[in-house]
Design a protein around this ligand. Sequence first.
Ligand SMILES: [Zn+2]
Length: 300
Amino acid sequence: MLRCAVCRGTLESTGPGYSCRSCKRLYPEEEGIFRFKGETPAKEYHFPEGGFDVLYRSEEGSFWFQVRNRIIGALLSRYVSKDARLLEVGCGTGFVAGYLKQQGYRIECADLFLEGLNYCRKRGSGYAYYQYDLYDPVFSEEFDVVLACDVIEHLEDDARVLANLNRSLKKGGILLITVPACQGIWSDIDEYAGHKRRYSRDEMKKKLEAAGFRVLRCSYFMMLLFPAIALSRMRMGRRETPGNRQHEELVERAKGELSLPPTLNSFFGRIFALEVPIISHMDLPIGSSLVTVALKEREL
Ligand SMILES: [Zn+2]
């Protein structure tokens, strides 16, 4: 069921868009994107300027995005059948959704930012595209599976968003989440990316249980390359007063992490890819990221 992002009334399909039965608000479809954004100003969100463009140009060649896709695909295939209806929230440029669509999943894409959704459409990443705010959700018991890949670390009130993701799922639905892990390697890169936190396994489990989920799997990943990442992040640390020049340095550094020299990229990719078959079967004890699969156990 679809609900009004403003008054929570029921939405009905009216031609190319939807309208609210209660408050009569219209939600148009424009250029293939359903615009479900409510009235909450998106002031808390910080996404680096031009960030989608950088992502779009670097994802396909980056070992990190390629192998993360394979980890997500490997875990999903253990819990989800190909006829399930999937939604990826915070889909960005649609690199994950596009991969899962290629694997035969029926996936739909949602993001707050039109810039990302336009890249999604260009890629043909999903079967439908929605713009909405995770704080003002429109879907109620609509999907079999929801994915949020490196999304909730950007949100101040992650508990509220997890509760909303619960409501978007049908009973017995599956939630798959990836987040950055290990607060100990917090650096300027996290600040630049707009992260509010990095997670531990315990914190993730507690937050999901509070949001009505039963955790089925919770594994760290990027374990084998963790020492290299930890060293690099610790060396960078946090600067006291980042001036303009330092900010530029940081932007270059962040872009550099996304586009390594080809030999290093493929070397790191081969090491990281060793984790894919392991994570299919067992949880890894440490790493710079965390992947969780959870079951919607109760309604909120
Ligand atoms: Zn309404």
